[in-house]
Design a protein around this ligand. Sequence first.
Ligand code: UDP
Length: 453
Amino acid sequence: SSGCPTQPHVAFVAFPFGTHAAPLFALARAVASAAPGTAVTFLSTARSLASLPRAEGLGNIRLVPVADGRPEGAAEVPPPGGIEELIGMFLAATPGNLREALGAAAAGAGGIPVGCVVSDAFMWMAGDVAEAAGAPWVVLWTGGPAGLAAHLHTDLLRDAIGVGERAMTRFKEQLHSIPVLSAHRVCDLPEGIVFGPLDAPVSCLVHRMAQSLPKAAAVLHNTFEGLDPAIDAHFSATFSRSLPVGPLHLLAPLAHPTPDPNHCLPWLDRHAPATVAYVSFGSFMAPPPAEMTELAEGLEASGAAFLLSLRDEVMGLLPPGFSERTKGRGLVVSWAPQLDILRHAAVGAIVMHCGWNSVVEAITAGVPMVCRPFFGDQRLNARFIFQVWEIGVEFEGGVMTKEGVVRALEAVLKGEEGKRMRVKAGELKAMATRAVQPGGSSSVNFNSFLDLV
Ligand code: UDP
């Protein structure tokens, strides 16, 4: 009644595209359950909020919409420029939309002002908004650690390698100038650093992000200590605090089972251990048409059982009669409860785009990976998988061919190579599990983060 609120209020600010919001939401759930006296607000666009797992049972988490920057009455269908255009419109609306949403957050929490802002690392402007409000700023990097290391070295890489055409001529060179990336090559870098659209909204965003992160009170990562000790040390030296707190889906497991409308799990129950290949390219990526055909032909020719999760837009690219011909050993769905699938004993491999959430999920399930990276940090992640951790294979030439798919599935599901990978993946799974147990590194780091907020 004194008008001086004592309850802490933490606001989480998501980057509302791809699978960025989900790990931040897991972090918010972890805070809400560890600190029930804290007001927790989660800010994202209405569309992104709707894609999050069901909110019941989340207690003190409030969801607050952030304006997406699209014109009033814009059609539901994506604009001609696709996701890049949506991202551009959203970014153009910052930081005004964030300031507004933080005001709404305080009002929704009975007038308790936001005392700490935890944002997706991409949302560097949330740092300015937090500073203006006198609140500390903490970030979560939701991608792979190598991707962050690359962005931090953007200026150095541009000087050392050159950009555009010049960089293209040096595609196969190892990145010796950056010790933590010395296992990687120029062509593995995310677009927008030395090649690709350097001036695209997302390229400018991550460049600005890299310059802003050192001023964050802490940088959290959806990974665990020891997965890459050199990068851990590099981040500790670069940031005020560097806190690996993952795997976040283990730190904050969902209270409700994930729906399985396509009956994937009962279908997997009918298969022998480690015999099924699960195929998924994440929430918005799809292989180009010619490669979809090669993948389908490879799955058909391999004779292996497979569960293929494909977005509706690309279902039509499967060859005519594919589903009938592979009936019984193949199941094609438009969405699958991936985490539960990876944990199912029948799954012996994942064919994937190497999006970081999927990589972390596969590691914690001990499932070997067949890598077909497309963009962003995916090529860097893939190289860790097959070269550093030795828990997966790549496709020759980097693209899927019928023969390549047959060979990869043979090696991972049936060969000695696959057995070795499963053993190594099992070791990483054990490390991840230990990290989130009481006294484990991620749980200790999470407690340090709680102290900060
Ligand atoms: N996912 C899922 N079912 C599917 C396909 C994807 O549950 O059929 C989930 C997957 O478990 C992961 C996320 O979607 O958590 C994809 O995230 P990732 O970082 O791998 O890729 P992105 O969607 O950002 O490209």
